[in-house]
Design a protein around this ligand. Structure first.
Ligand SMILES: NC(=O)c1ccc[n+]([C@@H]2O[C@H](COP(=O)([O-])OP(=O)(O)OC[C@H]3O[C@@H](n4cnc5c(N)ncnc54)[C@H](O)[C@@H]3O)[C@@H](O)[C@H]2O)c1
Length: 206
């Protein structure tokens, strides 16, 4: 597959949401204009994004919702379920765990780890929080593919090093630190403060 920019992948996710809604509403076709509006972009950009993956749609008729939905799911790797571990069952970790939409979208949390003895052994949803000493072995046993890191900043790099060593190929990090991962491992950082600063900028430039 051709190399695709991170922003194009994000737009695909946004197109996917709209396609799912259109499908649920019984729509058969969708225009590049509708997709553009949802993706915060132009029709030309939509056509460019989709042309990266082959030819879809017919001029004047729009895209087949069903076909495009299947194709975008394929491209994003969403035709299967991913095995996820959560590390850090604190305030944020527990909130993330209780968000059921992840599972509905194909991301199944298979294990939760924490190092606080008060939390280890307690139930979180249908799982039991496991001790962080068990993590290295358990990540392999559970064949975890994605790790969500919700530990304090000072613990995050060590946690990520262990996760990577256990064969996990992708990390979603919430800790407010810059982490290093080896080539071949994908790291995404989530920072709500960054988004708030974006809002601050928008308000400030009014
Ligand atoms: N990205 C964002 O926008 C955002 C928002 C809120 C919090 N955060 C960050 O998320 C992280 C968690 O925040 P919180 O409010 O849930 O904190 P918290 O203190 O409630 O939870 C952290 C948990 O990590 C556990 N932990 C610590 N070291 C560990 C280790 N080595 N292995 C396993 N577990 C370990 C602790 O026992 C605790 O249960 C922090 O780094 C915080 O700065 C980020």
């Amino acid at each position: 597959m051709k190399k695709i920019s991170e922003s194009a992948v994000r737009r695909l996710s946004l197109y996917l949401r709209l396609l799912q809604e259109a499908d649920a509403a019984g729509a058969e076709t969708i225009s590049s204009g509708q997709l553009a509006e949802r993706g915060g972009t132009t029709s030309a950009q939509v056509r460019k994004d989709l042309s990266l993956f082959g030819s879809f749609g017919k001029r004047g008729l729009g895209y087949s919702v069903h076909e495009l939905l299947g194709r975008i799911r394929d491209i994003l790797g969403l035709q299967r379920h991913w095995r996820v571990a959560l590390i850090g069952a604190g305030k944020l970790g527990s909130a993330l765990f209780s968000y059921r939409d992840f599972e509905a979208r194909g991301f199944e949390i298979k294990a939760v780890f924490d190092r606080d003895p008060e939390k280890v052994g307690t139930a979180l949803g249908g799982l039991t929080v496991r001790a962080d000493e068990e993590m290295d072995r358990a990540l392999r046993e559970e064949a975890v593919e994605i790790a969500i890191v919700a530990v304090p900043g000072e613990a995050a790099q060590h946690v990520v090093d262990r996760v990577v060593k256990a064969g996990v190929g992708a990390v979603l990090n919430f800790a407010p630190v810059r982490l290093k991962v080896p080539r071949g491992v994908t790291l995404r950082n989530v920072d709500v403060t960054l988004e708030l600063e974006g809002l601050s900028f928008a308000l400030n430039s009014r």
